[in-house]
Design a protein around this ligand. Structure first.
Ligand SMILES: [Zn+2]
Length: 434
């Protein structure tokens, strides 16, 4: 057993911070913790230690050469309510013991948005279930008035009402972010959501498209249960040109109903399962993560260690996507140059990446971004043939890593009772204690 690094974790029993060690054993990485009251606990973090080590090393190198700028809010989540009209077997916020903070009024929302006024960023209205707020149209209008883009993160039960959805659109709703656990396998919904959703989702997507709403799809993946749907969900991009991003969330066992800890994925294990659908090996996928991570790092911005992202072709054909073999060479040269001169490394990387972007038709959308910076979110300035793929492996007590969250989180929460913005994972684990 070898210690890779020391951090702070959460005791799964009392949720207090305890010393934690990422250790390598038998080729995998575990997080070992010891609580003075509840003793030792261990959780699997990554199946393949070299993947974890290499990625950590890459982050550390980038961070030492391209220091993080003062945290700038790039997007934020606003918890409208913690009430919900479903009780999903997979909910990560579902133990019912949590303290419910007061629901902020539209005026309070306007106040919270003051620091990001006119910035043109995404403001996610989340819950609980936001459509339970009768004043949701007004909340949407307030986000629009603040000069930002309102995206509704919703179970979308109420959005089946096309008139209601059209009303939200008129008040300024910019996008919707429903979850979809399957394209057309009703058995999946019946177990994960306890009611049928296939027809509802089909209609919802058609309405969203007709109303000109951008679409973000959350896919919660339970290992060995709905992983066969990964490819079908990713191929939604072909039929839905308004699909901006698919957010892939592996199931987290939070003592919730219906599944077990054995149905959780380790970080790299999930990446590998998704990569297989796209024709990428785990190694290929990590190369592409590093490319997109570098693009941000060059601007002094970082990406959550557990939640890398990349652009994939809507065709899902490997040959239409960014070529990992080419970038393996680019990154190797980039790493070498970083040792000598960060400025030279930056020039080299931007030239290599920029040339590839131009070849792939990114010229016109990038020009649009320069000319009309706030008309749409930055993520929308990509050619129609591509869609964003975002992994979102949330931190929760078994894998909570205070150092990684502190260093790399870029997802902030604006929530009641918080004087300052905090990372989403910190909020869910420490403030709400879900
Ligand atoms: Zn404890």
């Amino acid at each position: 057993m070898a210690i890779i690094r020391k951090t702070e974790g959460l005791c799964p029993n009392c949720r207090k911070f305890v010393p934690a060690f990422a250790v390598e054993e038998g080729g995998s990485v575990y997080l070992d913790k010891e609580c003075p009251l509840h003793g030792r606990s261990r959780s699997l973090i990554a199946r393949r230690a070299p993947v974890y080590r290499d990625l950590l090393d890459f982050y550390a190198r980038l961070e030492s050469r391209f220091p993080r700028r003062a945290a700038e809010i790039e997007s934020c989540a606003f918890t409208t309510t913690l009430r919900c009209n479903l009780s999903c077997a997979i909910c990560f916020a579902a133990d019912g013991q949590r303290e419910a903070p007061p629901e902020p009024s539209p005026d309070e929302l306007t106040g919270m948005l003051a620091p990001v006024r006119g910035r043109g960023i995404m403001v996610r209205l989340t819950g609980g279930e936001p459509t339970l707020r009768e004043d949701l149209p007004e909340l949407v209008a307030r986000v629009k008035e603040s000069g930002n883009h309102a995206v509704l993160v919703s179970n979308a039960v109420r959005l089946a009402d096309a008139d209601y959805l059209a009303l939200l659109r008129r008040r300024g709703l910019w996008g919707i972010a429903p979850w979809m656990d399957a394209a057309d396998d009703e058995a999946v919904y019946l177990r994960m959501r306890r009611r049928p959703f296939v027809a509802q989702r089909r209609e919802l997507l058609a309405n969203a498209r007709r109303l000109g709403l951008k679409l973000f799809v959350f896919f919660v993946c339970v290992k060995g249960f709905n992983d066969h749907e990964i490819g079908r969900i990713l191929s939604l991009g072909r039929d839905h040109p308004n699909l901006v991003k698919v957010i892939l969330m592996p199931y987290l066992h939070r003592g919730a109903r219906g599944f077990s800890a054995g149905e959780e994925y380790a970080l790299d294990e999930f990446w590998e399962a998704v990569g297989a659908v796209l024709g990428y090996s785990l190694d290929d996928l990590v190369v592409l993560f590093q490319v997109f991570l570098s693009v941000r790092a060059l601007r002094g911005r970082y990406t959550c260690f557990n939640s890398p992202f990349l652009l994939v072709p809507r065709s899902l054909r490997r040959k239409d996507g960014f070529d990992p073999d080419r970038y393996r060479e680019v990154l190797s040269r980039f790493r070498g140059l970083m040792e000598e001169s960060p400025a030279a490394a930056r020039r080299y990387f931007l030239r290599a990446f920029g040339a590839d972007l131009l070849r792939r038709g990114f010229g016109p959308p990038l020009l649009r971004r320069l000319l009309f910076p706030r008309r749409e979110m930055a993520e929308c300035y990509v050619p129609p043939g591509y869609v964003w793929l975002q992994f979102q492996h949330l931190f929760h007590p078994p894998n909570y890593d205070r150092e990684l969250i502190g260093k790399y989180c870029c997802y902030f929460s604006l929530n009641p009772g918080l004087e300052k913005r905090v990372s989403f994972c910190e909020y869910y684990n420490l403030k709400l204690k879900t």
